[in-house]
Write a protein of this length. Structure first.
Length: 362
């Protein structure tokens, strides 16, 4: 079976593509073109255009759940496509909110009226049960929580009358493709980004148990869980960001003269950091040292061997780095070192993506 999975929208992006907080994945299988989610705004349409994909040729839309970061691109997609079946759970139309602690709640449901989407061609097929698109391609329908460790994000709510009730996100569904190599599952909403340590470890144990062959993470997996999964699954793991095409998923920046020019400098990084550390101690600066990896640095660090990363890490530790900010551009090899359970400043690492301000973000 030929299957091609193209990520049109994701929190992070390959070179040249737009990133935004959201998810949209195009699946080409058995002559059908299925769009799973539509991102938060226009990035899915924009990135599809960059890749020469005509979204007027899609055959189905599946919405994994009713949050805006998965449905916000729907209107733009419908403007290109016109009439199309949209498969989802009826609860996508619940009045959904998020609220953290004492914050004011924020509306995060589908950001359009159903009538508007229908006038643009959406033909909603809202069901709780699985939908067979072909014999081998189907949606899961509502997913029961079958383990003792799964939990729904406690920051998610549904408004009923004047009350905000906890949202069970019953609308969460996934797409399954039954291939001769095993099942391919495209998930929309399997949030791990606020998962407890226990839940994360049990999830990893179960993923190992089922013998997963390839694991692409995106979006609400979050940085910490992604780094743990990268460490645990090594070559099986890949970062599925906007512009990724599976099965040839990983984009690769070819080695060239530019790389060697940079490598010359970056191999001196540990020595440089030690110097900075001495200076800081000399000046008795008591504020946290914040190191921001500039894009160029983090891009190239992935080519470095483990011993170099270990050395860089131990320099960070020795000079008392308390916060390491990473721009996202594939710092996973380095992150693997930082999230090592033995690492003493593992909690210090966080991702410094668009929209964040520092140092008030931990
Ligand atoms: Fe999401």
């Amino acid at each position: 079976m030929n299957i091609k999975i193209t990520t049109l929208s994701e929190n992070t992006a390959n070179y040249g593509f737009l990133a935004e907080w959201g998810l949209s994945i195009l699946v080409d299988v058995e002559g059908l073109r299925i769009l799973v989610d539509t991102g938060l705004s226009f990035s899915a349409v924009h990135n599809a255009q960059l890749m020469g994909i005509d979204l007027a040729t899609i055959d189905r839309i599946i919405l994994s759940h009713g949050h805006a970061d998965h449905t916000g691109g729907l209107r733009d997609v419908l403007r290109l496509k016109g009439e199309v079946e949209v498969i989802a759970h009826p609860d996508i139309w619940a009045d959904k909110y998020t609220r953290r602690g004492q914050e004011t709640e924020r509306k995060i449901g589908v950001p359009f009226l159903r009538e508007e989407l229908e006038s643009l061609g959406a033909r909603f097929n809202l069901v709780r049960e699985p939908v067979h698109i072909t014999k081998n391609v189907l949606t899961t329908g509502e997913i029961p929580m079958a383990t003792d460790y799964e939990e729904v994000d406690s920051n998610l709510f549904v408004r009923e009358g004047d009350e905000l009730r906890s949202d069970p996100v019953a609308d969460d569904l996934a797409l399954i493709i039954d291939t001769e190599f095993g099942l391919v599952v495209v998930l929309g909403c399997a949030h791990l980004f606020r998962a407890s340590e226990e839940r994360l470890e049990k999830t990893i144990a179960d993923l190992k148990e089922i013998g997963i062959q390839r694991l692409g993470v995106s979006h609400c997996t979050g940085f910490r869980a992604s780094a743990r999964l990268a460490q645990e699954f090594e070559d099986i793991f890949f970062m599925n960001n906007a512009g990724s095409v599976s099965p040839s998923t990983l984009t690769h920046i070819p080695f060239n003269g530019f790389f060697f020019l940079h490598a010359h400098h970056f191999y001196r990084l540990p020595a440089y950091l030690t110097g900075v550390g001495h200076l800081i101690k000399f000046l008795r600066i008591s504020i946290a040292l914040i190191i921001t990896f500039i894009v160029g640095l983090s891009s190239y660090l992935r080519f470095f061997p483990d011993f170099y990363l270990e050395e860089t890490y131990s320099c960070f530790h020795n000079i008392g780095v308390t916060h390491a900010l990473c721009l996202f551009d594939l710092p996973y090899p380095l992150v693997k070192v930082f999230v090592n359970p033995e690492a003493k400043c593992r909690a210090a690492l966080f991702i410094f993506d668009s929209g964040r301000s520092s140092p008030f973000l931990l």
